[in-house]
Design a protein. Structure first.
Length: 528
């Protein structure tokens, strides 16, 4: 049974009602969303930049329960930087993917935020959202672009700040002479108008963009341009200008309809250390404009799911590593080295091997991540460290440009556990690691504490509630039951657009500083 969207006041009763959708709809790093509906299923794609596989596709029947069902690509290979060699792609890689369904196929367009050939636009296609996806074409760079198919199948790309062009019917080239600006930004819109998403409804074209304005009383907002004729004049309106949840104003996303003809808007909001999170709003069509928010034009605290009775799904998942295939909830930091990890060499464990000597965490291959999430989260890993070699560093961290890190360090026959604060510096052009400021806060010798121990449990708690300063706290245990806090108390998780441009991640790592060949076995990743 389907239910039309209804708003409810954020009373104590509804605030505790687990059947409701509580904004943020996804309280985790899911920026630059594009959302479409095919039949009874909504599909969402988001930005994950330097993480691999990339361009995650998520699915939901009710706009409440989302799961990752596939990725548009396994890895990018245009440069050794994707392999953490000759620089990095921190904060770059895949951005603002556009997702469409046309003529019985799924289509995706994305352009890495790079210069030169590394920034070429990719067009992928697949028979189903889960994949397999294949590269259909590569074109010139289109910033924050959207792919759009008109009713007669003519393809277009809308991109940048008010630019558009027509593609050839085979989507492999740009129609000569079709490039043009369809609007000019206003004087106080001195930032880019980005994140274009285009739909057609009742014969009218709608282009939605985020607008950055710098005039008194005006804020970050979502604007919409509309026209009946793609070559004609476009009108403009502000369709959302709302703060939410104790944070600043939000925008960038799209709108999507249901099988019943209702409409929803999905926009992201910057939330500090946890990253950029997604909010859900009703859409009211007023004078032909898709106005987001409640009757006051504000993002509501609580909305009803579109469809009731759906099973609970999550995009962050616990894992006992009993499968022979790595779960879709995991992503590697840059391209993985497939020969250096295994789920089969010791069934029920994830084995992470060292195969390259590197100086620090930020150049370590095969670091495995999942999103930290709000309002609070607690992740635990159990690591067998008995096969580490001298100089190896392994552990668990709140990973970002500034990271809170629990590191197992093998020094001769001794294993130390350290909690440190690590801050990476990157060059502007190559994103090369130029320095890592590594401040050790507290350390203990596991060898002295438990001479016969071969494994340790490491835990990170995150608190991303408004006013709680995006705090992370760190713990260890020798039995998985009794916990001892170590290192920084209320470590501040930061969001920094100049380096990683992402929210904090739970990350499991293992790297060699002296000689490759050691390994760790991870027994489980648990969410408390």
């Amino acid at each position: 049974m389907t239910m039309a969207l209804a708003l409810t006041a954020p009373t104590a009763a509804t605030a505790q009602d687990s059947t409701m959708i509580h904004n943020p709809m996804l309280w985790a790093d899911t920026p630059d969303p594009d959302v479409i509906r095919v039949g009874d299923t909504f599909y969402l794609v988001t930005t994950t930049m330097h993480l691999m596989p990339g361009a995650p596709v998520m699915a939901s029947k009710d706009l409440k329960n989302w799961e990752t069902v596939g990725y548009i690509f396994d890895r990018l290979t245009d440069s050794p930087k994707y392999d953490l060699q000759e620089g990095t792609v921190y904060g770059r890689g895949q951005w603002a993917t556009s997702l469409k369904y046309h003529d019985g196929k799924f289509w995706a367009l994305l352009a890495p935020n790079e210069g030169g050939p590394m920034g070429d636009t990719y067009i992928f296609t697949a028979p189903k959202a889960e994949g397999p996806w294949t590269i259909h074409a590569r074109l010139r760079h289109f910033h924050d672009a959207t792919l759009f198919f008109d009713d007669d199948g003519t393809p277009y790309v809308f991109f940048g700040t008010g630019e558009m062009c027509q593609l050839t019917r085979d989507l492999k080239g740009v129609v000569e002479g079709s490039l043009r600006h369809y609007f000019q930004r206003e004087a106080d819109e001195r930032g880019l108008l980005e994140g274009t998403r285009v739909i057609k409804h009742n014969g009218t074209y709608y282009a939605q963009l985020i607008s950055h304005v710098y005039a008194p009383g005006r804020h970050r907002r979502e604007v919409c341009y509309r026209t009946k004729d793609l070559k004609g004049t476009w009108e403009k309106n502000v369709i959302l200008e709302s703060d939410f949840g104790g944070f600043s104003y939000l925008a960038q996303g799209t709108i999507v309809d249901t099988e019943d003809g209702d409409w929803y808007g999905i926009m992201f909001q910057d939330r500090g250390g946890v990253g950029r999170v997604l909010t859900l709003s009703p859409v009211r069509w007023i004078d032909g404009w898709p106005m987001l928010g409640d009757e006051r034009g504000k993002v509501p605290d609580v909305v009803r799911p579109y469809r009731s009775g759906q099973p609970k799904k999550e995009i962050v998942c616990a894992d006992d590593f009993s499968s022979t295939k790595l779960g879709l909830h995991w992503q590697w930091n840059h391209n993985p080295i497939d020969a250096a990890w295994s789920l089969s060499e010791r069934p029920g464990f994830l084995r992470l091997k060292t195969n390259r000597v590197v100086p620090n965490l930020y150049l370590a291959p095969n670091t495995l991540t999942q999103r930290m999430f709000g309002p609070t989260c607690s992740g635990v890993v159990c690591i067998d460290f008995s096969k580490m070699k001298d100089g190896d560093c392994a552990g668990f961290c709140a990973f970002n440009g500034d990271s809170g890190v629990l590191t197992l360090k093998k020094n001769g026959k001794t294993v130390f556990l350290e909690m440190s604060e690590q801050k990476v510096s990157l060059s502007d052009r190559e994103k090369a690691v130029t320095n890592v400021d590594n401040k050790m806060i507290e350390g203990v010798s596991l060898t002295k504490l438990a001479p016969k121990a071969k494994q340790v449990w490491l835990r990170i708690d995150g608190d991303f509630q408004p006013g709680h300063n995006d705090a992370a706290n760190f713990y260890y245990s020798l039995d998985g039951q009794e916990w001892k806090q170590i290192g920084s108390k209320n470590y501040r998780c930061n969001f920094d657009y100049r380096r990683f441009f992402m929210g904090s991640k739970f990350a499991i790592f293992n790297y060699a500083t002296k000689k490759a060949g050691g390994y760790i076995d991870v027994d489980e990743f648990k969410l408390l």
